[in-house]
Design a protein around this ligand. Structure first.
Ligand code: ARG
Length: 473
């Protein structure tokens, strides 16, 4: 039996086979190729293009094929060829009707969309889990005040929960970016043919419904030649990986003994082959480093698509080198990130030691003057002089005498006793979205609500298995 769906006069040279075959990658689509094949067979039968017996034999054959263990994929050009030739091996003649009203061009677009739809669900579940892990950590860490940084320099005290919730916002946006791509992804290519549509009575709406797509794609030429759903998917992965890399970097910094804010459980660190005392934050580092991988994938897809004339061109096969590797890596990245989050512990004492720097309250001091009618710019200037003075005399704000304060401004004499409490400084930042405890608790509440809503969004993503499809026929 030929291992090609087309015939050539001459055998292809081996090097050409190696160069053109996509089977090493696209065998991942085998399940979806069969799923699509079954739905297609139903449409062929309903359109009177094949008869009931033929349809039954083909569907039974495809159903069996999904569990066939001994397939030597390597001899086929691509997964579509493998499915058809293997089916012919199982059921003989009727298999030759399966490719009626179908081209590999719409077939591959279908398989990819089915594959990505399932991946989308898996990825959304994990992103939501990560959001939950952050929210849980934020809820049990409300007592920790952290020096917040700008330029990686101590800036103002913040609740560590506020810091963690910043990542929650990023990841919720990631979730929503993925989720909003769903309607564009969830359209059914079948029935587009090679590029022009079909000259058979083929009900595209029916096949779309069977596979639980929202609707058939609207233009056959666009359908077989664009991969923007993939570009979008890859971009979404990239942005999520960027967000995770930022947290990875923070864990690297925070776990350094010079900071000591966080301890990572041994399972999420590694040892050094030479220096026995060391535990290295390799997992956080690899999270940090993963961005390049996704950027590379996106880059490959962008270059693949750029300037391609309508409609299908073989360049489009290059996406196979990306789509599966990216999805696998991303799944692992999300899982390991979640594990990392569940395996860190804040060292309250160390954080407190690092916080004992009253200069973090310099802005509060300026704001105190502003509240007493002094223009901010002048207040800033006055406080800067206080800071210089303290540094020069090696004193903290709270160690200054009344006489010293008076030299800078009379109003300072009104400073309340507990003004230099970091907790109070945090509580004062009570604007919506700020680090004030009430605000942070409110955001935790909103995030818990989000966790419920997002659950139903995940559930709204359609999926169909071969078993289900066959059972419902
Ligand atoms: N392996 C091909 C791909 O991934 C399948 C489509 C082949 N179509 C064709 N006209 N040669 O794009």
């Amino acid at each position: 039996m030929s291992t090609f769906l087309w015939s050539a006069n001459e055998e292809l040279p081996d090097i050409v086979k190696v160069f053109t075959y996509s089977i090493d990658e696209d065998k991942e689509l085998f399940y979806y190729d069969i799923l699509g094949g079954i739905a297609h067979t139903v449409a062929l039968y309903r359109g009177g293009i094949i008869n009931q017996d033929e349809a039954k034999v083909i569907i039974d054959g495809l159903y069996k094929l999904k569990d066939k263990k001994d397939i030597d994929f390597s001899k086929y050009e691509d997964v579509h060829t493998a499915t058809e030739v293997e089916l012919t091996g199982l059921i003989g003649e009727p298999a030759k009707k399966l490719h009626t009203a179908r081209s590999r061009n719409d077939q591959v677009a279908l398989d990819e969309r089915l594959y990505l739809r399932d991946k989308l669900k898996e990825h959304l579940i994990l992103i939501r889990d990560i959001v939950k892990a952050f929210v849980d950590l934020a809820s049990i860490s409300l007592d920790i005040v952290l020096p917040g940084f700008t330029h990686l320099q101590p800036a103002q005290p913040v609740l560590i929960s506020h810091h963690l919730l910043a990542y929650v916002e990023m990841l919720k946006r990631d979730f929503s970016r993925f989720y909003s791509s769903y309607p564009r992804l969830n359209e059914c290519p079948l029935g587009s043919g090679a590029l022009a549509g079909l000259d058979f009575p083929y009900d595209r709406f029916l096949v779309s419904e069977i596979l639980r797509f929202n609707k058939p794609t609207a233009n056959s030429m666009d359908t077989v030649s664009d991969r923007d759903y993939l570009l979008e998917y890859m971009f979404n992965m990239l942005v999520t990986s960027i967000h995770m890399s930022r947290f990875g970097e923070e864990i690297v910094i925070w776990s350094n003994p010079l900071f000591g804010f966080v301890k990572i459980n041994p399972g999420y660190t590694t040892g050094s082959s030479m220096m026995p005392q060391k535990r290295n934050p390799d997992i956080a580092e690899l999270v940090r480093g993963s961005v390049g991988e996704y950027l590379g994938y996106l880059d490959t897809l962008v270059v693949m698509m750029k300037g391609l004339p309508l409609t299908y061109n073989r360049d489009l096969q290059i996406d196979k080198k990306v789509i599966f590797r990216a999805s696998h890596s991303f799944l692992i990245l999300l899982r390991v990130f979640k594990g990392l989050l569940e395996n860190i512990e804040f060292d309250r004492e160390k954080i407190r030691e690092n916080l004992e720097n009253e200069f973090l309250l310099a802005t509060d001091l300026a704001d105190f003057l502003v509240n007493r009618g002094i223009p901010f710019r002048s207040a800033h200037h006055i406080v800067r002089n206080v800071v210089f003075y303290c540094q020069e005399h090696n004193k903290l704000f709270s160690e200054l005498s009344k006489d010293e304060w008076r030299k800078f401004h009379e109003e300072f004499l009104e400073l309340p006793e507990d003004f230099f409490s970091f907790e109070n400084a945090v509580t004062r930042r009570d604007t919506y979205g700020g680090t004030g405890r009430n605000q942070v608790e409110y955001q935790i509440l909103l995030n818990r609500r989000w966790l419920e809503e997002s659950q139903s969004q995940i559930e709204s993503i359609a999926s169909v298995s071969i078993e289900e499809l066959v059972l419902n026929l």
